[in-house]
Every structure is written in structure tokens, then in C-alpha cells.
Design a protein around this ligand. Structure first.
Ligand SMILES: [Zn+2]
Length: 331
């Protein structure tokens, strides 16, 4: 039950805190105290200043400790969620792991069954409303897997990250942007779940943007594609990554591996496709060079198991996604 509203709220506030401005007033206070207490014996002034400084230090240490504890809890949660989904051998079992996690976080969902064009499957749909809803962004991650391996990196990892995002946004909704999250089925059968989902949406322009997560289990770099290099989403991603010192590499859709972001782009939605991998793997992926980059020796093979998941990496990259959305919320 780590994914409680209380934890998320605490986590967000911790992330939202900025120790910079809280230190600066202490200097002002010290100066002010010096002038105000000009008639007070020096030893008393020194002890007053010392106790102020000491209390600041205690606060900063407590802040650092609670931030570390919250991060450790989220890392554990990402590992637990990824493992629970990866343990499911088929879509039904993996879907159950996701809906169990949503229920534990008290997040409502609905199951949308489809037949498209001759495949039947089930997408999981979640709405998280803004405080004053004005726009809706679509955020997706496929939960199905290929027959071999456990589909841990591809794509239980992204589902766990999407669960974290939904939990945080439920506790701290955005001002104007509501989120429609879809855990897509049957991506591995040809982007079927996302195509089916979008085919059923009559007003595709109701989405002011879309983000798809596919492969997010380890790495130091966000590997991205966008339908519009000059679009708001691409700019928000670059700003968020820069602010959080996370390397990001954006390439054109034709260079980027296929995933459900293509269904969003084909529906005319301004879209980002996001993955997390090691930066050194990107050129070999683009150039299809040998030996194969590590990620291609994992996905769609028996090696796609929890052994290749690094939840610390996932947790380090997660804030880029949340910040991208919150920057969109400000525009
Ligand atoms: Zn995938």
C-alpha cells in the first residue's frame, strides 16, 4: 500500500520544495537580527544566530532524509509494479496486475473491449481530471507482450511509470489539463489496441496532445520522437529534460522504432514517443549496426525479464515526464 494518496502528496510537496529561497531569508534574518539586537550583549546575539542556523541545518537534513525516503519508496513501488505485470504470462493476467494496482491507489478505470480489425482485445482507460478542465492529453503505454520472455522492459516498465504518473496526478491534479491514460492491448500484434482505441474516438481534436511510453526499464537517456519538432510538447520535453539534467535525444518518426505513438500521430494528434535507454545505444539503433545495441538483445527475447530492469533509472527519468506535462499546463 505504498501507493497511497498521502505518500504521493508528500512526495510531490517534497519535490516542489526549493531549498534555495528558504536559505536566503536566514541571511536576511541574521542581518536584521544584528541591527535589531544592537543593544543586546554579543554572546546572546551569537547564541540566537547559532540556534537559527542550527534549526535551518536540521530542517535541511530532515528535508534531504525525507526526500531520500520518498524516492526509495517510489523505486520500490516501480520495481513491485513492473514485477507484478511481468509475472503475467498473457494480456489477461497483465491487465489484472494493472487494475489491481489502480484499485490499490483508488484510481477508477474502465475496460474497453474491441474487435479490430479481426483481433479482439481490451484497453484499460483511466481519466484524471484537472482542477479546471480545459484540455485533455492522451498518455499511453502498451501492456501486452510477445510470446517469449516476460515483457518486463517491453513494456511492463512503461506501465509501472504510467501508474506512478496517475498516482501523482490524482493527488496533485494539473490546473487545466486532464489526462486520459490508456494501457493499450495488442501493440505487439501491430499497434492494434491503440488503433482500435483511436478509431472509436469521434473527436480526435479533443486531444491537445499525446505521449506514448514504450521501453522504459533502464538507461540514462530519454530517446524520443515527435510529430512536431517545433510543437509545444517537444519544447516542453526539452525544457523539462534540461531543467532536470536528463539527456534527451529526439529523432524523426521515420527513424524511431514503431509503437503506439504512430497511431496517435496518424490520428492527427501532436505526439511524443518516449523510451528510456542508455545513450550509447541510440546511434547503433538508428544505424542498425552490429553488434546489436543491448536493448535489441533483450526485447522480444527470453532475456526480457526483471533482471534487466533498473528501477532507480526509471525513477530518475520519471520526473521528466511529469514536468513535461506540468509545463504544458502552464502554456
Ligand atoms: Zn513495446
Amino acid at each position: 500500500m505504498l501507493r497511497s494518496g498521502r505518500l504521493s502528496m508528500q512526495r510531490f510537496h517534497l519535490r516542489g520544495l526549493n531549498t534555495g529561497p528558504s536559505i536566503r531569508p536566514s541571511i536576511d534574518c541574521t542581518a536584521a537580527a544584528g541591527s535589531l539586537l544592537s543593544g543586546v550583549p554579543p554572546r546572546t546575539v551569537v547564541s540566537l544566530i547559532s540556534s537559527q542556523v542550527l534549526s535551518r541545518i536540521v530542517l535541511i537534513v530532515l528535508f534531504a532524509l525525507s526526500t531520500a525516503a520518498a524516492t526509495a519508496a517510489q523505486v520500490a513501488q516501480l520495481r513491485e509494479d513492473t514485477a507484478a505485470i511481468a509475472a503475467g504470462a498473457d494480456s489477461r493476467a497483465r491487465r489484472q496486475a494493472i487494475t489491481d494496482a489502480l484499485s490499490a491507489a483508488r484510481i477508477e478505470y474502465r475496460l474497453e473491449e474491441f474487435m479490430f480489425p479481426r483481433f479482439s482485445g481490451t484497453d484499460i482507460v483511466v481519466d484524471v481530471s484537472a482542477k479546471t478542465p480545459a484540455k485533455t492529453l492522451l498518455v499511453g503505454a502498451h501492456y501486452d507482450r510477445v510470446a517469449v520472455g516476460q515483457g518486463a522492459v517491453d513494456n511492463a516498465s512503461s506501465c509501472a511509470v504510467l501508474l506512478e504518473l496517475l498516482t501523482v496526478l490524482k493527488a496533485n491534479p494539473m490546473e487545466n489539463i486532464s489526462i486520459r491514460a490508456v494501457f493499450f492491448d495488442l501493440e505487439e500484434s501491430g499497434l492494434v489496441g491503440s488503433q482500435a482505441y483511436l478509431a472509436a474516438v469521434t473527436d480526435k481534436q479533443s486531444f491537445s496532445g499525446g505521449i506514448n511510453l514504450d521501453i522504459f526499464g533502464y538507461g540514462n537517456t530519454i530517446f524520443a520522437t515527435t510529430s512536431s519538432a517545433d510543437g509545444k510538447l517537444a519544447h516542453a520535453l526539452e525544457t523539462a529534460a534540461k531543467d532536470l539534467s536528463m539527456p534527451v535525444r529526439v529523432v524523426e518518426p521515420r527513424q524511431y522504432p514503431a509503437s503506439d505513438h504512430r497511431s496517435m500521430m496518424n490520428a492527427g494528434i501532436e505526439t511524443l514517443g518516449l523510451a528510456l535507454i542508455d545513450g550509447k545505444e541510440i546511434d547503433p539503433i538508428l544505424q542498425r549496426s552490429q553488434p546489436e545495441p543491448r536493448i535489441l538483445t533483450i526485447i522480444h527475447t527470453p532475456r526480457d525479464t526483471m533482471e534487466n530492469i533498473r528501477p532507480e533509472d526509471m525513477e530518475k527519468a520519471y520526473p521528466v515526464i511529469e514536468k513535461t506535462l506540468r509545463l504544458m499546463d502552464e502554456t
